[in-house]
Design a binder for this molecule. Structure first.
Ligand SMILES: Nc1ncnc2c1ncn2[C@@H]1O[C@H](COP(=O)(O)OP(=O)(O)OP(=O)(O)O)[C@@H](O)[C@H]1O
Ligand SMILES: O=P(O)(O)OC[C@@]1(O)O[C@H](CO)[C@@H](O)[C@@H]1O
Length: 306
């Protein structure tokens, strides 16, 4: 079973406006409430790819109940731990540009933490763990490293999509892949990435520290995948960008599903990028039909390799 871990889920309240006037009264043309948080988004796109998963993490109050209900109505299994405070509501404003306001989220105490670690400790080599998103302030900042260590000790394959040291601390435990975007990669090494060559060099630094593969997402520029012996560049088709929230998570889901479906590395990468772009081109996360409609329009080129 694939397990996604979202320590800080959210209701994503997406508001579309004609124009956005900061300081003025704006009226939304459309709104949506989605069950969100990075791991949860991965579970939702895995479902679109016909891959079952169980969503783990912390939920609380009425937003937490909403998230659990939304996932279970979509036939996504959940095993959330209840916390006392309300799950956060993140606001995503879609005017001429995209603006996001993410809340801090509820406190998670030591008992809650132990409950999650106990869920992970019983997993086996048949399972797969995806760790994604921010960590609540009340939790130790080495929590992802702790989870990665448990996975490594039990030979459970795992994937990490997180910022800065949350991600780099997991590298010694050899994640199957990590998925920084370009800015996150720059921040990890305090450098400026000018071109694909720089991207590959920086990705290789993550591999030197232990990542098995590095998938660098580049927004509308596609993505680069670095493996032990090759590098691939994906370019995406033109289309109308509607809501990019969750496009990175969709990329992660496409790659994990590709591995689970025993696709080649190139075909897994193509599926990953198709999922990311299909999500960018729609209001919610991509559906299976939307992914299928663009998968043959994503081009994969080997740009370096043995
Ligand atoms: N403007 C766009 N046009 C086409 N595809 C896009 C666009 N933005 C994102 N994508 C697709 O989504 C993938 C992930 O995007 P991005 O690099 O922005 O990830 P991210 O920063 O992790 O996103 P997020 O945090 O919003 O989930 C890209 O590799 C690409 O396939
Ligand atoms: O605050 P975090 O955990 O970094 O990000 C949370 C979030 O922005 O990430 C998802 C999109 O990737 C959204 O569903 C959610 O609102």
């Amino acid at each position: 079973m694939i397990y996604t871990i979202t320590l800080n889920p959210s209701i994503d309240y997406v508001m579309f406006t004609q124009d956005f006037d900061l300081g003025g009264l704006n009226r939304a043309t459309r709104t949506h409430k989605f069950a969100g948080g990075k791991g949860i988004n991965v579970s939702r796109v895995l479902k679109a790819l016909d891959q079952p998963s169980t969503a783990l993490g912390y939920i609380g109050g009425f937003p937490g109940a909403f998230i659990k209900n939304e996932l279970e109505s979509a036939y996504i299994h959940t095993d959330f731990i209840l916390v006392e405070e309300d799950t956060r509501i993140n606001v995503k404003l879609k005017g001429d540009t995209e603006t996001e306001i993410n809340a801090a989220g509820p406190d998670v105490n030591a008992t809650n933490l132990e409950a999650l670690l106990n869920q992970i400790k019983v997993l086996t080599t048949e399972d797969y763990v995806i760790i994604a998103g921010s960590v609540p302030k009340s939790m130790p900042d080495d929590i992802y490293a702790t989870i990665a260590q448990i996975c490594a000790e039990k030979h459970i394959p795992f994937v990490v999509d997180a910022e800065k040291s949350l991600l780099t601390q997991t590298l010694p435990y050899h994640p199957e892949f990590v998925k920084p975007n370009k800015v996150e990669l720059e921040e990890m090494f305090n450098l400026t990435i000018k071109d694909d060559h720089d991207t590959i060099q920086a990705a290789r630094l993550l591999m030197e520290q232990g990542a098995k593969h590095v998938l660098v997402s580049l927004g509308g520029e596609g993505a680069i995948l670095v493996t032990a012996d090759a590098c691939y560049k994906a370019t995406v088709p033109n289309g109308k960008v509607i809501n990019t929230v969750g496009s990175g998570d969709s990329t992660v889901a496409g790659m994990v599903a590709g591995f689970a479906q025993n696709k080649s590395i190139e075909e897994s990468f193509r599926q990953a990028v198709s999922c990311g772009t299909a999500t960018a081109f729609t209001e919610d996360l991509a559906t299976s039909e939307q992914i299928a409609a663009i998968i043959n329009k994503v081009t994969i080129t080997k740009i370096e390799g043995k």
